[in-house]
Design a protein around this ligand. Structure first.
Ligand code: GLV
Length: 309
């Protein structure tokens, strides 16, 4: 019995090392080295080859290697009885908060603008914004989004949250459901999108919704690329309704060479690095779910396949 890694990672060694350190007795294998698929009960996956799970007749659990599970749920060939679990890790949430904070501060203090000016040897002052002058709207207040929103509020921002359903009361003002989306967006100067990708959220950042943001708003997508309709964002940047965007996630990754985002002066791209799973930090929960799988016990961080997260 072993944990089998099925991923497109060029070097899965840090994962193997972390899992072995968390439990030296656990065997960890790469699916490319397998000869017998019948023995596998637990897989750890990221961007698997579609359909591959059909080859494992006794598979019980698939663990995502990250917080998102859209890469798994888009595969129609994962049998319904297989449990899918995801990573919930304080380090992942904290890293996301730190990244969101960096992006917000660079926008407020015009750091990207001054960098552009530096290229032209332009010495020109521009007024910055202060924390009490911007409202941050966090779209998606699940585990990571809630951590980001609470901590932005803690450091002094005016924070609003939006999620599909009401959920727990929060210290920041929370909007929920389709009916309150417009009110939320109308009051947001910097939008931090951290929604999971589901059939309901695909394309949620489109011409209609982005127009609800006040003129001069800034869009930050740290969730998933297909939450955003790319052409609609470009159009609203070009006509000046939106001031700029930081995008960490894209419909197709790596971003294709001919994509207009690359050369757009108001779009700032990072290569899906806002928050990266740290194998050492998450190995214990993966080992625990492996153990629970073998003992038929309830799993940690079980995904509701209907909800999509
Ligand atoms: C990264 O995008 C993740 O889902 O953890």
């Amino acid at each position: 019995m072993a944990i089998v890694i099925i991923s497109d990672f060029a070097s899965p060694e840090p994962w193997i090392k972390a899992l072995k350190e968390a439990d030296p007795k656990v065997e960890v294998l790469l699916h490319t080295d397998l000869t017998d698929y019948t023995n596998v009960k637990f897989a750890l996956a990221w961007n698997h080859p579609p359909g591959i799970f059909m080859q494992f007749p006794n598979l019980k659990t698939i663990s995502s290697m990250g917080a998102g599970v859209d890469h798994l749920l888009k595969d129609p060939d994962i049998p319904a009885h297989i449990n899918i679990v995801r990573i919930i890790d304080p380090r992942l949430s904290q890293d996301m908060f730190e990244f969101a904070l960096a992006v917000i501060m660079s926008r407020m203090k015009n750091l990207l603008h001054f960098r552009e000016n530096q290229h032209q040897k332009v010495w020109k002052k521009k007024r910055y914004l202060r924390m009490d002058q911007v409202k941050i709207g966090v779209m998606g207040t699940g585990v990571i989004g809630h951590h980001v929103a609470s901590n932005l509020q803690r450091v002094g921002f005016h924070v609003l949250g939006w999620s599909r359903s009401e959920g727990q009361p929060t210290a920041y003002k929370k909007y929920f459901g389709q009916e309150q989306l417009e009110e939320f967006l109308k009051n947001t100067d910097i939008l931090i999108c951290l929604l999971p990708l589901t059939p309901d959220t695909r394309g949620i950042l489109n011409k209609n919704t982005l127009c609800m943001l006040p003129a001069g708003a800034w869009v930050v997508n740290l969730g998933r690329g297909p939450l955003l309709v790319d052409e609609d964002l470009i159009n609203l940047l070009d006509i000046g309704h939106l001031a700029g965007a930081n995008l960490d996630v894209f419909h197709k990754e790596p971003l294709t060479e001919d994509h207009p985002f690359w050369l757009h002066s108001k779009v700032h791209i990072t290569p899906h690095v806002a928050s990266l799973t740290d194998p050492e930090s998450v190995a214990p929960q993966i080992i625990e779910n492996y153990r629970r799988t073998l003992q038929n016990q309830p799993l940690l961080n079980l995904v509701d396949r209907k909800k999509g997260y």
